[in-house]
Design a protein around this ligand. Structure first.
Ligand code: BGC
Length: 363
């Protein structure tokens, strides 16, 4: 009798252990896929937001001086408003100190969540800290904020952007002297794009088929700086350049100015990114070989949905984790698309990114 009571006790203990074990497994498993639930939105006085009051998102932008960011601004506003939320947008036009001030203003106004396009990946970490102190979550839009506990990062697969560029250039120039004009060193995207380019080129560099004769960052992504760098690359190599990979269309445009001076425009392949109208027109004219199209409408819409959900304290699904120097940041990556003279109709025109009239003119 004593023995059977003992056996029952052991069985009971085993059962409890199993249940604890099982619940621990369930808790751990899906964490990769979802961000943890946080507190519901609070207003500036630290009170819970009354039901029925619209969610307000702050959008702190690096710049509005480049074509793509005007699209981002308009499409993000449209998407936020379609969700019944509100957005306040401030742009710092490349000024780090101003961007921090503007983000602080949005935080002090008590936005429910801050979405940021950092001009400087490192400098904006301070903003994230301030926002969190005020109970406001932060989403990095298109560009990563480094060394900060950001809540979510959403972008295109920037490494893939570089890979698409390099693959396209290799089809045009399988051997020869390559120039790489990188983006702004302060922008984490520029680093990822460069990595993508080298993922593809390195085996050919090792084989001796490709020689990188010039590789420089372009301060602030400015076309005039890209033009200067391209001129330096040409003069250092006596004009012997077989392909140019520029980190975006604006820098490709700058590079082409310098190539014209050497009679090389239209003669050597040039890659860019963004599918900017000027870049697409150069593809049609034959001075630029390709660009990379990133459907900004999708980026803006997805960010708006994720931001509003996070502001409401809801869970959101992610498809990546990116280490930003401080944390494993939950991330969502969208796919970039290679665009050249063969697929304008099916990509930028089909999506209404640019109209045929805008590209080819009224005739
Ligand atoms: C973006 C590019 C853009 C560049 C300059 C990068 O972070 O990914 O699309 O052309 O910034 O604004």
């Amino acid at each position: 009798m004593k023995q059977s009571i003992y056996q029952m006790l052991v069985l009971f203990l085993l059962l409890i252990l199993c249940m604890v074990g099982a619940s621990a497994c369930v808790k751990d498993a899906p964490k990769e896929e979802f961000l943890a639930e946080r507190e519901p939105p609070i207003d500036e006085k630290g009170q819970e937001k009354p039901a029925g009051q619209p969610i307000k998102i702050g959008f702190s932008m690096d710049t509005l001086l480049e074509e793509r960011w005007l699209k981002d601004r308009d499409l993000f506003k449209e998407s936020i408003e379609a969700l019944g939320a509100e957005v306040e947008i401030l742009a710092a036009n490349g000024n780090d100190a101003l961007q921090i001030l503007q983000a602080e203003k949005l935080i002090s106004e008590g936005v429910d969540l801050l979405v940021i396009v950092p001009h400087n990946a490192e400098a904006t970490a301070a903003v994230v800290h301030k926002a969190h102190q005020a109970g406001i979550k932060v989403v990095a839009y298109d560009r990563l904020v480094k060394n900060a506990d950001i809540d979510l990062y959403i972008s295109f697969d920037n490494e893939k952007v570089g890979e698409l560029q390099a693959q396209a250039m290799l089809e045009e120039a399988p051997k020869g002297n390559y120039v790489y004009l990188g983006g702004a060193e302060t922008d984490n995207n520029a680093h990822m794009m460069k990595k993508g380019v080298y993922n593809v080129l390195q085996p050919l560099i090792d084989k001796g088929d490709i020689k990188i004769v010039y590789d420089q960052w372009t301060q602030d992504w400015a076309p005039e700086n890209a033009k200067e760098n391209m001129a330096a690359a040409l003069s250092a190599n006596g004009g012997k350049v077989d392909a140019v990979i520029a980190a975006n269309d604006a820098t490709a445009g700058g590079a082409l100015e310098a190539l014209k001076g050497y009679g090389l425009a239209e003669k050597i392949p040039v890659a860019g990114q963004d599918a900017e109208l000027a870049g697409i027109q150069r593809i049609v004219q034959g001075t630029q070989t390709m660009t990379v199209y990133k459907p900004i409408k999708t980026l803006a819409k997805e960010t708006a949905e994720l931001a509003v959900a996070l502001a409401k304290g809801e869970k959101v699904a992610v498809n990546r984790k990116v280490h930003n120097g401080k944390a494993e940041v939950p991330a969502v990556f969208l796919s970039p698309v290679r665009v050249d003279g063969t697929n304008l109709e099916d990509t930028v025109i089909a999506d209404g990114f640019h109209s045929e009239t805008a590209i080819y003119g009224p005739q």
